[in-house]
Design a protein around this ligand. Structure first.
Ligand code: ZN
Length: 706
C-alpha cells in the first residue's frame, strides 16, 4: 500500500537555539526545556492575564510561550511570529497526579500540520517541562488559497485513481489486488462549508456530472470528503495546502492527502494510507449461546459499539486485537488448554477472518475467549483501566505502567479445577485465565460472557484496589467477597446496557445458561429484593477449614447494592447516562480504595469519586446530588447506611445499618427523575453479629483460603 504514499514534508533535523535561518522562510523548533515556574522573560509575549494560580491550561500556555520565545530567540518587538497554540481542552492526569497539557500550533488560525507541544507539570509544585516540535515562521505565509477545495479534491482523486492498483504481498505473504476506482461521470461538489473561518472547513461529495453516471450504483468514494486548509512545512518553506480524507470502505482504505493551495495547478504534497491494518473479524457469540447465535463481529469492535465513549479522544483506539493472523495480540493471547495452540484465521481481502466450523467446538472456545477478553480490555480502558492503571498489555504504548502482561486466556476442552478462574499478579506479570466445561450441563464457560467478563473483572479489581504493584489487595474476607461482587456487577451490567437499548428486561441472575438452570449460580437474584444485608455476612455458613463464609455468598450483597445503585441512576438519569456514571463511579472508586478494604471503605471511595466528578465539573451539582442519593439509598438498603461500622475487613465485627427504602421514594425513582433531594424518612434496623459468629473471629485475620 505504500506505493501511493507521498510525504514531501520537512524532516530536516529540528534545530535548537540559534538555528540558521536560510531562505526557506521557516525553521523547525524542537523544545526540550525544563521551566521552573512561570518565570517571566523580557521577550515573552504578554501573558499577564495567566496567573500562576490560574487553571493548569493557562499556566501551561504561559510556560509554553515563555520557553518558545526563549528557544526561538524572539526579542522585544518581535515576540511572536503569528503562531497560536490551542490547547487540548482536557488536561491529562497520570495516576501520580502529574498534569499534562497538549497544544496544537496554528498560524493565523490555520493548523500547522504535524506539530505540537506538550507541557508537563510534575506532581508536586510548579516544575514544568516543555517538549515537542513546532515551526518558527520567518516570512509571512498567505493563508488565502488560490485553489478551491473542489479543485484540490479533484486533483487528489485523480492521483489516487491513476496510481497503479496495488498488488503487493501483505505481512502474511498473500498477494492481493485492488479494484480500480473510476471517476468518469462524477465530480466533487461542496455540500457544506465555512469560508469565513481561517481554515475554511469544507465537506465535499461526489455527484454525477453526466446522465449515464446517475445510473451507476457506486460512487467513487463511499463517504463525503472533509477538507480544510493547513500549513504544510517543507524544507523549502511553509506552504498552504488543502487537507482532505478519502474513504473507500469496501476496500478498507482511507487516504489522507494534502494538495498545495498556493499555486495552480495544485501538487500532491502528502498522501498517507490511514487504515489501521491487520484488522480481523470473527464469528462469535456476542454474549452467550443462550442469548443469541453467532454473528460476524469486527475485531476490534468500533469505538461506537462500546456503551461508553472516552471523555477525551484516545490515540489509536481501539487498538488492534490481532498481531498477525492468530488469536494472539497485544492484550490477549488465547490458546487451547495448556498448549500454545491459538486459532488461525484466513485472509479475506486484507481482513483476517476467524470462522470456526463447529459452533461448540474447541476453535470456537478459543475464539470466543479471545473476543470476550479483548472486548473487556477496550471497555475498561475507556473507563480508565489503562496503561498507567496497570492494565494487561504486552506493549504499553504510552510507556506508563508495566507492559509484558497480556492476558493468557486458556480455553480447556474439558473441565478444569474451579471451572473458570483468573490469576492476577502485580503489573508486568501476565495474568492467566482458564475456562473449562461445566460437566453437568455440557456447556462451556468460554462461550459465556457471564463467566469470562466475571473473570476478567477479577483482573481489574486486583490491579486497581491498593495499587498495581500489590497483587494481594483483596485477600481479607470482606475484600475478597467484594472481588466476587464487582465481577458479577460488571458481567451483568455490561450486558444489561445492551438489553436496555433493545427494550429487554434487566437480567438479575448470572451463569444460568452455562449451568442450564434459570436460577443461575448465586443464592438469589440481584433485584432490589435480594434478601441479605451487610450484617448477614457473619451468619453465613462457614467453611470448616478457614472458618470463613464463602466469598461468592459475601460478594452477592455487594453486587446487589451496586446493581441497585445503577438501577436508581438509570431511573433518574436515563439508561445510557445511568450506566455510564455508575461504571465510572465504580472504576474511579476502585482506584481510590486502599488495600484489603471492607465494604464501607469501598462505599466511601465510590462516594468520593462522585464528589471529585462534581469538583472537576464533570457532572453538575444536580446530577451529583441525584447520584449521591442513588448510592446512599442502595448502600443503606443493603445495610451500609451512615451508622454502619466494621472494625476491620473480617466478617465478625460488622455493625450494619439498614435504611429501608420508603415506598414513596422507590415509586418516585422508578417513575421519574425525582430522586434528587427526596427526603428519606426511615426507621433503622441495627443488628450486631451473633455471639456465635464472633467466636470464630480469630480466623478472620487470615484471608488465605483454599
Ligand atoms: Zn469470581
Amino acid at each position: 500500500m505504500a506505493m501511493r504514499e507521498i510525504d514531501t514534508g520537512n524532516f530536516q533535523r529540528a534545530m535548537p537555539l540559534k538555528a540558521a535561518v536560510g531562505s526557506s522562510g521557516s525553521r523547525r523548533l524542537r523544545i526540550s526545556a525544563r521551566a521552573t515556574g512561570p518565570a517571566s522573560f523580557d521577550a515573552a509575549p504578554a501573558v499577564s492575564d495567566a496567573s500562576p494560580t490560574g487553571s493548569v491550561i493557562s499556566r501551561a500556555l504561559t510556560v509554553l510561550r515563555n520557553e518558545r520565545a526563549r528557544a526561538a530567540g524572539f526579542t522585544g518587538a518581535r515576540g511572536s511570529d503569528g503562531s497560536d497554540f490551542v490547547p487540548d481542552p482536557v488536561p491529562q492526569r497520570t495516576s501520580s497526579a502529574a498534569q499534562i497539557v497538549h497544544f496544537q500550533q496554528f498560524y493565523r488560525g490555520v493548523p500547522v500540520f504535524r506539530t505540537g507541544h506538550t507541557v508537563r507539570f510534575a506532581p508536586q509544585g510548579q516544575d514544568a517541562d516543555v517538549l515537542g516540535e513546532g515551526v518558527v515562521f520567518t516570512v509571512e505565509v498567505d493563508t488565502a488559497p488560490s485553489l478551491l477545495a473542489a479543485e484540490a479534491v479533484g486533483i487528489a482523486a485523480k492521483y489516487l485513481v491513476s496510481s497503479p492498483p496495488r498488488k503487493s504481498k501483505d505481512e502474511f505473504g498473500q498477494e492481493f489486488e485492488d479494484t480500480p476506482v473510476k471517476l468518469d461521470g462524477f465530480e466533487p461538489k461542496v455540500i457544506a462549508g465555512f469560508p469565513t473561518l481561517p481554515s475554511q472547513p469544507t465537506v465535499l461529495d461526489w455527484v454525477a456530472s453526466s446522465p449515464q453516471a446517475e445510473n451507476q450504483s457506486t460512487k467513487p468514494f463511499s463517504k463525503p470528503i472533509p477538507a480544510h486548509l493547513v500549513i504544510f512545512d517543507q524544507p523549502a518553506g511553509p506552504r498552504l495546502g488543502w487537507y482532505a480524507v478519502f474513504s473507500r470502505e469496501a476496500q478498507f482504505e482511507q487516504f489522507a492527502v494534502i494538495v498545495s493551495a498556493d499555486v495552480k495547478p495544485g501538487e500532491m504534497l502528502y498522501v498517507r494510507d490511514m487504515m489501521h491494518m491487520a484488522r480481523a473479524r470473527g464469528n462469535v457469540f456476542e454474549f452467550s449461546p443462550g442469548i443469541a447465535d453467532r454473528a460476524m463481529i469486527d475485531h476490534p469492535r468500533s469505538i461506537t459499539d462500546f456503551p461508553i465513549m472516552p471523555s477525551t479522544p484516545l490515540a489509536s483506539f481501539p487498538p488492534d486485537w490481532v498481531d498477525t493472523h492468530e488469536t494472539a495480540g497485544n492484550s490477549t493471547s488465547a490458546t487451547l488448554g495448556l498448549t500454545n495452540r491459538s486459532l488461525s484465521g484466513t485472509l479475506n481481502g486484507n481482513v483476517v477472518e476467524f470462522l470456526p466450523t463447529d459452533r461448540f467446538g474447541d476453535d470456537q472456545k478459543v475464539l470466543n475467549i479471545f473476543y470476550f477478553c479483548n472486548y473487556m480490555h477496550d471497555f475498561l480502558y475507556i473507563l480508565g483501566f489503562d496503561e498507567a492503571a496497570g492494565n494487561f498489555q504486552k506493549v504499553n504504548f504510552t510507556h506508563l505502567g508495566v507492559g509484558g502482561d497480556p492476558v493468557r486466556a486458556r480455553a480447556h476442552s474439558g473441565a478444569v479445577r474451579g471451572t473458570a478462574n483468573m490469576e492476577t499478579a502485580a503489573d508486568g506479570t501476565p495474568p492467566v485465565m482458564n475456562m473449562g466445561l461445566v460437566v453437568s450441563s455440557g456447556r462451556h464457560t468460554a462461550l459465556d460472557a457471564d463467566v469470562v467478563f466475571h473473570e476478567y473483572t477479577h483482573g481489574l479489581t486486583n490491579r486497581l484496589v491498593g495499587g498495581t504493584r500489590q497483587g494481594h489487595a483483596l485477600d481479607a474476607p470482606q475484600s475478597r467477597g467484594m472481588g466476587e461482587g464487582w465481577s458479577d456487577f460488571f458481567a451483568l451490567t455490561i450486558q444489561n446496557f445492551f438489553r436496555a437499548q433493545n427494550g429487554q428486561p434487566e437480567r438479575v441472575v448470572t451463569g444460568n445458561w452455562v449451568v442450564k438452570n434459570q436460577a443461575g449460580i448465586r443464592s438469589n437474584a440481584y433485584g432490589d429484593n435480594y434478601p441479605f444485608t451487610y450484617g448477614n455476612i457473619a451468619t453465613f455458613e462457614r467453611d470448616p477449614d478457614t472458618g470463613l463464609p464463602d466469598e461468592h455468598q459475601t460478594g452477592e450483597i455487594w453486587c446487589a447494592a451496586l446493581m441497585m445503585m445503577v438501577r436508581r441512576l438509570r431511573a433518574a438519569l436515563g439508561d445510557v447516562d445511568g450506566y455510564r456514571l455508575g461504571w465510572q463511579m465504580v472504576v474511579d472508586g476502585l482506584k481510590l480504595t486502599p488495600a484489603n478494604p471492607n465494604f464501607l471503605d469501598a462505599r466511601d471511595a465510590i462516594l468520593l469519586a462522585l464528589d471529585h466528578m462534581r469538583d472537576q465539573r464533570r457532572i453538575s451539582a444536580a446530577v451529583h446530588q441525584t447520584a449521591r442519593q442513588a448510592a446512599l439509598t442502595a448502600f443503606g438498603r443493603f445495610g451500609m447506611g451512615p451508622n454502619a461500622t466494621s472494625a476491620d475487613a473480617g466478617v465478625d465485627d460488622i455493625v450494619e445499618d439498614v435504611v429501608p427504602v420508603p415506598v414513596a421514594v422507590a415509586a418516585l425513582a422508578a417513575s421519574a427523575g425525582a430522586l434528587a433531594g427526596a427526603a428519606i424518612t426511615a426507621t433503622r434496623r441495627r443488628t450486631r453479629s451473633s455471639a456465635k459468629a464472633r467466636r470464630s473471629r480469630s480466623s478472620s485475620a487470615s484471608a488465605k483460603t483454599r
